[in-house]
Design a protein around this ligand. Structure first.
Ligand code: SAH
Length: 346
């Protein structure tokens, strides 16, 4: 019976060096292979041209490279590219390239499906199947970096963890992936260009603050009134706004990093003056800004984007209180860009 081969990218550089020493080779060989795996994103041992044929064969006999595969790529008329990404076990996640005039942003997934139950989100319907490994997250970024160079002639500039899944429910792997993305041995990107978006898991926000992470934090707030938030994001019952608020204050005190609140305004749900006032109040607990996101309908019509007047009311009131507000238009509408929509179809 064939023993199961190990995923070589689960090894640290030191473990890889040790492996070669045990094999009677030089530790340095470990560095070379590590560079192929991460900086050069090799998909096969055969691609490692400065490694001897025998060594490649030996690696082949012992390990696999579980690289992701872009299964299906859709291009929107606005330039947005959406990848359906196949994992080594056949499961699918999505990642999206979002171009603007000056930037290319990668929106990446952290889990297959999601354990949270936001009622307006397509991914929530998939349920959580498993966490992504650090390399599966890293690979999505590399794939989008390549697409950005190919189609837009420039490297990837920003990363947001706003694809499928809740990053703080897969905390260790997300942090390991970010370590690799920011390391000179990986992509060498600045952590300031990375945003982790969470539905708001207070305990994990505090843990991140304690670890003095350098990336940015976005919180999907959508309502600053507990009853309303619980009705659209049921897990809010377990993590009420008071706890979230306290964790965010803690985050700011430790990191001095302003928080972004993501917020969709829906008709009949949070389009009242009372809702706006509650948001203004919530924004005052810690330095923050608000990103009003356009709703991406996910078919059953239960949720509908609020009127322009309601949006204007948010913008005006927030601005009157000195709170920065930006409006993010939905991108890639013609290609099922709401997270989870494409994978739901596959
Ligand atoms: N779980 C994390 C990251 C994934 S969701 C989080 O909740 O932040 C990324 C963002 O997309 C969140 O702000 C989420 O509320 C929002 N979102 C989910 N479904 C959406 C839809 N159909 N239209 C617009 N935004 C949506």
């Amino acid at each position: 019976m064939e023993t199961k081969k190990k995923d070589i990218r689960a090894l640290t550089k030191q473990q890889l060096r040790d492996f070669f020493v045990e094999e009677g080779d030089k530790a340095f060989r470990g560095n070379q292979v590590y560079e192929w795996l991460w900086q050069k994103s090799a998909h096969s041992f055969d691609a490692m041209t400065n490694i001897s044929k025998e060594t490649r064969k030996m690696l082949e006999d012992n390990f696999v490279i579980n690289h992701i595969k872009v299964d299906q790529m859709q291009r929107s008329s606005d330039g947005t590219i959406k990848n359906a990404v196949r994992l080594h076990d056949g499961l699918i996640v999505e990642s999206v390239l979002i171009p603007t005039e000056t930037r290319t942003t990668a929106c990446v997934s952290s889990q297959v499906g999601c354990s949270l139950d936001c009622r307006f989100c397509a991914t929530a319907r998939l349920k959580r199947m498993r966490n992504l490994n650090p390399d599966e997250i890293y690979d999505q970024v590399v794939a989008i970096d390549n697409e950005s160079r190919l189609y837009f002639d420039r490297p990837l500039s920003n990363i947001v963890f706003m694809g499928m899944g809740e990053p703080l429910m897969n905390y260790n792997n997300v942090l390991k992936a970010i370590e690799k993305i920011t390391s000179p041995e990986g992509l060498g990107m600045s952590p300031k260009r990375i945003t982790v978006s969470t539905s708001g898991v207070p305990k994990m926000i505090k843990k991140m603050a304690d670890e003095e992470v350098k990336f940015k934090l976005a919180v999907s707030l959508h309502s600053a009134i507990d009853e309303v938030r619980t009705s659209i994001m049921p897990f809010n019952a377990a993590f009420p706004l008071k706890d979230l608020r306290e964790a965010l204050q803690y985050w700011y005190n430790k990191t001095k990093n302003r928080i972004t609140y993501e917020y969709v305004v829906w008709e009949g749900i949070n389009d009242t003056q009372e809702a706006v006032d509650a948001l203004v109040k919530f924004c005052k607990f810690a330095p923050s800004k608000v990103n009003l996101i356009e709703y991406n309908p996910i078919d059953d019509g239960e949720f509908q984007q609020a009127s322009d007047e309601a949006i204007d009311r948010y913008i005006n009131t927030l601005e009157q209180h000195g709170i920065t507000v930006t409006v993010r238009r939905s991108r890639g509408k013609d290609i099922d860009a709401a997270c989870g929509q494409l994978a739901n179809k596959s």
